[in-house]
Design a protein around this ligand. Structure first.
Ligand SMILES: Cc1cc2nc3c(=O)[nH]c(=O)nc-3n(C[C@H](O)[C@H](O)[C@H](O)COP(=O)(O)O)c2cc1C
Length: 191
């Protein structure tokens, strides 16, 4: 497959699934995903991302699961692995605030998500988690900030989901028109 076709299919197939099979995720698979994330661009190459990872086989998995909010716990427990992404909020080189840490962690997560598709996996990002619990459970220092939780697994049967989640799992991908976000000569002026 040429690069053009490969990247188009990775982008088309990436989706935030909520239904997962019970297939395990291994440490080696996490390593592949983390490598993809870690090769992302970052402001001054600071690589502000950190990843607290747990597969379901890990003893500390319940401490990650415990950080998710009730709604996300309903489905994310089916995923083979969970990650909490964390960012350094200051530049290591001069301790000044890094305004771009969220951007850089998001970019790393995006690379991880596309790598996951190539492995037959799906990464589902979550804002719905308790960052204070994450801080407490994993002793995250003050100059680092929990950003998202991620559920990682093999896409499964949507029929196993509660009714309200099933429709979004199988429904069309919802995006505003590209012209709403693609500006040219002025704010909101179509390119
Ligand atoms: C930063 C971020 C936070 C999100 N938080 C949640 C969440 O807490 N629970 C959830 O079910 N989905 C969550 N999502 C998934 C979005 O709802 C999903 O990405 C969006 O609907 C687009 O669907 P798609 O990723 O399948 O293209 C989150 C996504 C992002 C990027």
């Amino acid at each position: 497959m040429d690069k053009e076709t490969a990247i188009k299919s990775l982008i088309a197939e990436r989706k935030s699934y909520r239904a997962f099979t019970d297939q395990s995720i291994t440490r080696e698979q996490l390593g592949e995903l983390l490598y993809a994330a870690h090769m992302a661009a970052s402001c001054f190459n600071e690589q502000p991302w950190r990843f607290i990872c747990a597969t379901k086989q890990d003893e500390h998995y319940p401490r990650v699961f415990d950080c998710l909010n009730d709604w996300n716990q309903q489905w994310a427990g089916a995923a083979g692995a969970l990650i909490i992404t964390v960012a350094a909020t200051r530049f290591a080189k001069n301790s000044k605030p890094n305004r771009f840490y969220m951007h850089d962690v998001g970019l790393a997560t995006s690379q991880m998500s596309l790598r996951a598709v190539a492995m037959g996996l799906a990464v589902h990002p979550m804002a719905g988690f308790h960052s204070d619990k994450a801080r407490q459970n994993f002793h995250i220092p003050d100059d680092f900030e929990p950003v998202t939780a991620l559920a990682i697994g093999y896409p499964g049967d949507p029929n196993n989901l509660p009714e309200d989640m099933r429709s979004s799992e199988t429904g069309p991908r919802d995006r505003r028109p590209l012209s709403d976000v693609w500006f040219g000569g002025d704010w909101q002026q179509s390119y």
